[in-house]
Every structure is written in C-alpha cells, then in structure tokens.
Design a protein around this ligand. Structure first.
Ligand SMILES: [Zn+2]
Length: 255
C-alpha cells in the first residue's frame, strides 16, 4: 500500500517517468545513479533531472562521491518515505478541501449554460448578459448540477478513504522514524556513560598518583625531621661521651 502512495506522489511531482523510480530506489541505502539509469533505460542526465525535481520536495535525498581518477561526482539516491507520505497527506487534505468547496458551491449557487455552444456561466455573468448567449443568441438554461455533485461526492469519499489509509501508513512510518531516533539517543547515552567512566578512571588514577606523591614527600619530611632530631639528641651526647672518654684518656695519660 505504501509503495502505491509513494508512486502516486512521485507521479504528481515528477510525472509518469518518476513512478518507476520507486521500484528501484530504496529507503535504507543509497543507489548509484548509473544503476538507476541502466534499469530505467534512460541517460544519467535524465535520471538526475527527475531526481532533482523530487529532491526539491524532499522526496529523495542524495550523497555524492568524487571519482578520484576522473574527478567527477557520482550521485547516490535514497527514497525519503516519511517525507513523501507527509507531502501526500497535505496533497489529499487540499484535494478534500477543493471537493468540499465545489460541492458547496454547486449545491448553493445557480449556474447557466448555453447548450448549443457548451458554455457554462455563473449566475452573475449570465445576468450581466441578460441570460442570452453572446455567441449564438440562444437563451441560457439553468444547469442541472445533480450528476456533477454526485461525481464530486464520489471523488470526495475516495480521497477521504485514501487519506485514512495513508494516515495508517504514516503512523507506521513515524513509529519507525521515532525508533531510529530513540536508538540514536540510546547510543549517544551509552557513549556518554562510557566517556564518563573513562574520565572517572583517569581522575582516580591521577588522584592515586597525587596521593602516592604526597605520601612519599611526607616520608621524606619525616626522615629529614628524624635526621634533625638525631643530630640534636645524639650529637651532644656523643660529644659528651667523647669528651668524657677524652678526659679519661687524659687522666690515663696523667697517671
Ligand atoms: Zn450559444
């Protein structure tokens, strides 16, 4: 059903040749324009002409890749389903409005015809001509609108049921698009969490390094302090001992 709608819209925008493109193009991956041209049996320029028209409306999108050897660009095209269905929805809505407007006008206003010349006029124009045909001199007849109104009503009903079906397809397509967005958000969130964890680990590492540096510094300080302390405590003592020893030895020498 969706394919039919896509084809309808493309036919409206690009004319009949665009219709076959739906069967060749994909909604997920880009297709090489040379392949499209080959399948449609037309030139690449003709393909581009049709697809440019469609891309103006957002029905297709493209990426281009430069051929490194030849230096020219090759285009790759993709169908934009959601956008196309949305366009068709607004087209149907407009069409429904037109039908309703015409039906109302045919039901409430009088129209006149010259059956000989097959001309139709509004009441105002017929009045301005005094209800006499300027071409053949016949008197205008009041137009019987009943068949036309019936046709318009049928057209309106058909378009309304088309719109209802289209809305179902559109809802499916929107759901798909939402899922894609949700997936992207999820991936982005996962990336963020990963990034946060990496940063956390880095911070912890840095803190650990800083801590060990602090600790080794304080060890150094306490060593120095001990060293100073030992100088004050033991040196005088050793000096004292040594002086006593010295005295003893002096005494020994005296004896
Ligand atoms: Zn006439």
């Amino acid at each position: 059903m969706q394919r039919k709608f896509l084809k309808d819209m493309i036919s409206i925008i690009a004319g009949i040749p665009g219709e076959n493109i739906v069967d060749i193009l994909d909604e997920k991956k880009y297709v090489n324009e040379f392949l499209i041209a080959k399948k449609l049996d037309i030139t690449v320029n003709q393909v581009r002409n049709v697809l440019y028209k469609l891309s103006d409306q957002g029905i297709v999108s493209y990426i281009k890749k430069k051929d490194k050897r030849k230096g020219w660009y090759t285009f790759f095209w993709k169908l934009e389903n959601l956008r196309t269905l949305e366009l068709l929805e607004s087209f149907f809505l407009k069409k429904i409005q037109d039908y309703q407007h015409q039906i109302k006008s045919r039901e409430n206003k009088l129209f006149y015809v010259c059956n000989r010349c097959s001309i139709e006029l509004t009441e105002e124009t017929a009045l301005a001509y005094n209800f006499i045909c300027q071409e053949c001199g016949s008197v205008f007849d009041i137009k019987d609108n009943s068949k036309l109104i019936k046709d318009l009503r049928r057209g309106l009903e058909r378009t309304e049921s088309d719109l209802a079906e289209l809305k179902e397809e559109l809802a499916k397509e929107k759901l798909k698009a939402d899922k894609v967005v949700a997936k992207k958000i999820k991936v982005a969130e996962k990336d963020k969490i990963k990034e946060r964890e990496v940063k956390k680990k880095e911070r912890q590492k840095r803190l650990a390094v800083e801590k060990s540096m602090r600790e080794s510094k304080s060890k150094d300080k306490s060593k120095k302090r001990k060293h100073k302390f030992s100088r004050f405590k033991f040196k005088p003592h050793t000096a004292h001992v040594s002086s006593r020893k010295l005295n003893k030895s002096k005494k020994k020498k005296k004896r």
